[in-house]
Design a protein around this ligand. Structure first.
Ligand code: ADP
Length: 485
């Protein structure tokens, strides 16, 4: 097979810079695709934390001015990834978050920052770098979504394009007055162009102009065609439904491998699953939970936002604790949720423990120490925490939406008797249904043999990138084989 070349455009990439699952996907897919004969090079913004880690950067292109300041494209490697880095100090080199300023609000120039990323991606896609010709441009989320639009308005030859939706809730919607500043032509401001509810819609534009649209699970690919989950883009998505495909994410099974995980006090595998005990004890100690070896221990590793349904968990928490459960929460996000869980940790000291913040090592310990991982999301494009849970022998308890529906086999009678159950699903995502699911989990936990089977089934599930990478490779190859426009 001749290697296929893909330019991926992503605003975050693990392990260099991460706020969510997008970074995990952008970071893991290139390695998995390499085994399928697909070479991926990723264009990322030159945030300080990215620039600091570049190995042997070389100048690939100079922009005397790009949306208000000088910029350069550097070709480099970092953390095993082949990168193009958009070094543009006026856009990306500042203290604060990658999307949010110190005040917790979006950077006021986010439109310009990510339009610049997409503009450069479109340039490279169209052959601006003589040493790099690509077959497919793969844009991730709204931050990269203008790339197919720029290529469309530029005219001329272009590679095929794919946009992947990691979360339809984030759409990149900006004022119409920015049209010229974003180097878009006047005629782009129409319903058949970048116009979206009177403004400029970045994601909308990508969905309109990309040759193919993927999202991160088959169920979410169906859900987003409906008004309930379509977040006002369902009409456009329905009109393109023949080009919409869902490919479930994987996880990096090197980073997430309980047998090799340096974050764990005790490494273990399916053959030595009882060794998890030590991790459980370490987790209890870290989060000030009672050192109880028997109590059913529920874990959460999540952004704290209404999407994740954790307000539902707050509602059922007194009942859980009354039934002898412990709860370990690792999360960061909305202050009201943090306050709610902090209050619960005080009221139910020893039974509820929290850490607010982002801590990779603790995320691994929660997965390795908990009996169950709760993911009560109201919607979930894919979800990665339940995949990590499966691999670590913690049974996921999930709302039956999006990728959660596609990755967990509910422990119903049929699945139990066939020996294939890996967790518990519930629907709709409401407090009573969540409580019912937790009670089902408690019943399984009381039956040590059933609990062991559930854990082992999960650990045997293939949650790696191998299967998904084959699907992306097939998609890219099929696209590249089409006659270019
Ligand atoms: P989303 O992208 O919507 O936040 P996902 O489940 O797809 O949700 O991905 C979340 C990723 O971020 C997982 O890898 C999870 O382990 C990690 N994560 C979430 N919150 C935290 C946290 N507070 N500390 C460490 N890791 C976290």
């Amino acid at each position: 097979m001749t290697p296929l070349r893909v330019l991926s455009i992503a605003s975050e990439i693990f392990p260099l810079v991460k706020t969510g699952g997008l970074a995990d996907v952008a970071g893991a897919l290139p390695g998995a695709l390499a085994h399928e004969g697909v070479e991926v090079r990723t264009l990322v913004p030159g945030y300080p934390q990215v620039l600091a880690k570049l190995e042997a950067p070389e100048l690939a292109r100079n922009y005397p001015t790009l949306f208000g300041g000088p910029a350069r494209v550097l070709a480099a490697r970092a953390a095993g990834l082949d990168l193009f880095v958009l070094e543009a100090p006026h856009l990306f080199e500042r203290a604060g978050g990658i999307y949010l300023g110190p005040d917790g609000l979006d950077w006021p120039d986010n439109a310009r920052r990510f339009a610049a990323l997409a503009r450069v991606g479109a340039d490279i896609g169209k052959g601006a770098l003589p040493s790099f010709a690509c077959d497919v441009v793969h844009a991730h989320d709204w931050q990269a979504a203008l790339a197919p639009a720029y290529m469309h308005y530029d005219g001329g030859a272009r590679p095929r394009t794919v946009i992947t939706i990691h979360n339809l809730a984030f759409q990149g919607h900006f004022p119409a007055q920015l049209l010229t500043a974003l180097a878009l032509p006047a005629h782009a401001m129409s319903i058949d162009g970048v116009e979206y509810f009177g403004g400029i819609g970045f994601l909308k534009s990508g969905l309109l102009f990309a040759d193919k649209i993927t999202t991160v699970s088959p169920s979410y690919a169906r859900e987003i065609l409906t008004p309930e989950f379509g977040m006002a883009l369902d009409g456009l998505l329905r009109s393109r439904s023949a080009d919409v495909e869902g490919i479930l994410n994987g996880i990096d099974d090197e980073v997430w491998d309980p047998a090799k995980d340096p974050n764990l006090p005790q490494k273990y595998s399916a053959l030595r699953i009882d060794a998890r005990r030590k991790n459980r004890a370490a987790l209890q100690e870290r989060l000030k939970l009672q050192p109880d070896a028997e109590a059913p221990l529920f874990g959460v590793v999540s952004r704290l936002t209404s999407q994740k349904g954790l307000d539902l968990l707050l509602g059922v928490l007194p009942d859980m604790v009354a039934e002898g459960a412990q709860l370990a929460i690792l999360g960061a996000g909305e202050k009201s949720l943090e306050q709610g869980f902090a209050a619960a940790a005080e009221n139910f000291a020893g039974s509820v423990g929290c850490f607010f913040g982002y801590e990779e090592a603790l995320a691994h310990l929660v997965q390795a120490g908990a009996d169950f991982i709760l993911v009560p999301s109201r919607f979930e494009p894919c979800g990665l925490t339940q995949l990590c849970a499966l691999r670590y022998g913690a049974a996921p308890i999930v709302a039956r939406v999006g990728g959660l529906a596609d990755s967990v086999v509910d422990a119903n009678e049929a699945a139990l008797s066939a020996g294939v159950a890996t967790g518990i699903q519930f629907y709709p995502p409401t407090a009573p249904e969540l409580l019912h699911a937790i009670r089902r989990a408690l019943a399984i936990h009381r039956d040590a043999a059933a609990m062991r089977r559930l854990r082992l089934n999960g650990m045997r599930a293939d949650v790696s990138w191998r299967g998904p990478a084959k699907k992306y490779a097939n998609l890219f190859r099929a696209l590249a084989a089409e006659t270019p426009e």
